[in-house]
Ligand binder design. Sequence first.
Ligand code: G6P
Length: 440
Amino acid sequence: KQSVVIAGGGSTYTAGIVMMLIENQDKFPLRKLKFYDNNEERQSIVARACEVIVKERAPEIEFLATTDPEEAFTDVDFVMAHIRVGGLSMREKDEKIPLKYGVVGQETCGPGGMAYGMRSIPGVIELIDYMEKYSPNAWMLNYSNPAAIVAEATRRMRPNAKIINICDMPVAIKKSIADIVGLESESEIVDRYYGLNHFGWWTEMTDKQGNDLVPKLKEHVAKYGYAAAGDEENPLLEESSWMDTFQKAKDVYAIDPTTVPNTYLKYYLYPDYVVAHANPNYTRANEVMDNREKNVFAECERIAAAQTAEDTTIEAGEHAEFIVQLAGALAYNTYERMLLIVKNEGAIANLDDDAMVEVPCIVSKRGYEPLCMGKIPHFQKGMIEQQVAVEKLVVDAFEEKSYQKLWQAMTLSKTVPSASVAKQILDEMIEANTEWWPEL
Ligand code: G6P
């Protein structure tokens, strides 16, 4: 049986992850479940409810929530990390500052992602250090954003750490694809995919019997993107801005119909469209604060007061299932095939070895082994190399405390039109992040 600490106990996703862990006790049995957060107030709201849930549904699991790193990280097999350094109020700034200058405002893409990256790097490194100090044999499964920049930073700054960076977006898209092609679950899809986090393309997709799913999928994507009748049931789409992203995949697909794209490419290929359809005064951070955060916290408080979660509306976080799959593969040697963010080392043959790429990997007790995706075409290679440079420059800027490097990173991003716009955004972001960034 496993001992898990969730770092980011106060996240609005945590209760859904707990539900999902409980539902998967047959595949991934737990002896201990701990929450760790540096924000005691937020964590205790979620923890008081989860304590009731665990007692009611899986009383054999020992549960505790703490803000003490030693208590949190001692005797754990897995650290599941999903921290948001600066919280949703800083996400709001990441999104709104670029929009003021007519640039995409998004938590992982463009200048917003870079600002968030500069905040996340020390937070994630701190978690690795706690893990190595108190449970040196544990694995850290990291899905803290912006995953691409965080992955580059951990590769450089903690090269031997047992950390696996993973993102739920490919899984979420594959869930829609499964619906489109008529499969029950995305786990029946065997895929070939290459790129970076939030920046990739599928080249092949079959079911487990080897039947090609791509022709039917392409026919659909060309018309509707990944949206479909029935998509209202997809938890990612319940709030409006995701619907647009899934629909816009149609235009992302149009520019290279030999592949099938990740939805996030819309921010790089159609930034003008994204900005034109954004409300600079009300962004995704506002949607999340006004909806998910309010609802989840209210429900947690209701459970804690009632001391029962029998009729709770909190559901097993579907898009967190992949974390259990990953942990299960490492613990029980299942040789699961999963898309992970790993050092390239030849997986994309015509790309630098030290780029952090997202490709299929086989996961077992030995860790992960990336599969070789071969050479990629000029269009994707050009885009990927530009974006890799952006991500590397952000980590350079963090390590060297360099204004110049961050200015270069912002200028090089496909979402930013010029060095002068990049400078204006950067200067405002420095002001907004004085509490979080190293002094540049
Ligand atoms: C997807 C992405 C994550 C991102 C999340 C934001 O799951 O893969 O990287 O953090 O969306 O979702 P939200 O509902 O907070 O906008």
